[in-house]
Design a protein around this ligand. Structure first.
Ligand code: NAD
Ligand code: UDP
Ligand code: UDP
Length: 316
């Protein structure tokens, strides 16, 4: 038996946030979901609206928020390169002003607070795999910098509030995650490839497809985040959260084509500027401290995700 908490989830109508809301409600807590619907959607949490422990509020976290809660998960921020580059100034404001507001709130009410940081803080990494001690290789003025540097500044803010005000912070660096409720048009590789495969359209590989990523299934990610947040004070992070199984983008394309049984061909498009060559988390910290290990193999997770997108495409 654990105590019922009042939990705030910013970005709760997004991909990761909506799964987190599901899990927190399942665990018996009250959830206040705050979102400005920039990339998220009411549809992602529609199934929760009947739940009396769930509340949905439209709000932009770059503005102050006065609520009474016991725990805060700060997830609000566009996550896909296409979305976060659409309005780079707003991305920086969300990362920085948003973090300041949520930290100010946490300070006032004495809440534990989680920050959804990202593997992008490592930039185009010169160390492989990436451990939490690696400081990163980020272009401070590149087209990704609104996100990379925004998230780095948010980490700096979290640690400054921790040192200065004794806040119980938890910083998780999330690596590429996929699963149902990903935005079908957000330009991320998993959603792009699945949608293209389902429509038998060419699969768009940027560059030669030899760049690598490590993909974590959403349920594994949520389990790790919850374990991290539920630890007694002591481990503040940053901790890497992701699946260390590493694939080239070409391998991903072939796997998706195979699982969908698609007639799609491969089309090569130019590699976007600043696109990291390789990425794989070293997850020794969460393994040791949380006893966590990803459970879902790529093919299995892709099957669930494909089924979700098939459902979206099916005529209703
Ligand atoms: P998402 O775009 O689906 O969700 C982000 C949510 O934040 C959306 O619902 C959006 O409307 C909301 N939002 C954006 N700006 C806001 C603002 N100013 N005020 C209130 N709400 C706002 O993305 P996601 O994949 O669910 O990512 C969630 C978090 O996890 C983000 O912080 C992202 O940086 C981080 N992350 C995700 C991944 C991944 O692979 N999905 C990897 C690393 C880090
Ligand atoms: N803040 C908020 N909700 C609260 C408390 C604070 O949104 O419940 C915001 C407020 O806008 C403030 C920011 O958090 O500017 C930082 O708060 P802090 O107490 O650190 O700084 P200060 O209020 O002194 O500027
Ligand atoms: N990518 C691709 N085709 C697409 C979308 C993405 O080849 O249609 C590549 C992209 O260049 C990058 C990788 O897939 O190397 C992952 O891209 P994504 O935008 O999903 O996330 P990132 O890890 O770059 O933030």
């Amino acid at each position: 038996m654990h105590l019922r908490k009042r939990v705030l989830v910013t970005g709760g109508a997004g991909f990761v946030g909506s799964h987190l809301c599901d899990r927190l409600l399942k665990d018996g807590h009250e959830v206040l979901c705050v979102d400005n619907y920039f990339t998220g959607a009411r549809a992602n949490v529609e199934h929760l609206l009947e739940n009396r422990r769930f509340e949905l509020v439209r709000h932009d976290i770059t503005f102050p928020l006065y609520v009474e809660v016991d725990e805060i998960w700060n997830l609000a921020c566009p996550a896909s390169p296409v979305h976060y580059q659409h309005d780079p100034v707003q991305t920086i404001k969300t990362c920085v002003h948003g973090a300041i507001n949520m930290l100010g709130l946490a300070k006032r009410v004495g809440a534990r607070i989680f920050q959804a940081s990202t593997s992008e803080v490592y930039g185009d990494p010169a160390e492989h795999p990436q451990t939490e001690n690696y400081w990163g290789n980020v272009d401070p003025i590149g087209i990704r910098s609104c996100y990379d540097e925004g998230k780095r500044c948010a980490e700096a803010l979290f640690f400054a509030y921790h040192r200065q005000n004794g806040l119980d912070i938890r910083v998780g660096r999330l690596f590429n995650t996929y699963g149902p409720r990903m935005h079908p048009n957000d330009g991320r590789v998993v959603s792009n490839f699945i949608m293209q495969a389902l429509r038998n359209e060419p699969i768009t590989i940027y560059g030669d497809g030899s760049q690598t990523r490590s993909f974590c299934y959403i349920h594994d990610l949520i389990e790790c985040m919850i374990r991290f947040m539920d630890l007694p004070p002591g481990l503040h992070g940053p901790v890497n959260i992701g699946n260390p199984a590493e694939f080239t983008i070409r391998e991903l394309a072939e796997t998706v084509i195979d699982l969908v049984g698609s007639r799609s061909t491969i089309a090569h498009l130019p590699l976007p500027s600043g696109d990291p060559r390789q990425r794989r988390p070293d997850i020794s910290t969460v393994r040791e401290k949380l006893g966590w290990e990803p459970q879902t193999q790529l093919r299995e997770g892709l099957r669930h995700t494909i089924a979700y997108f098939q459902g979206m495409l099916a005529p209703s």
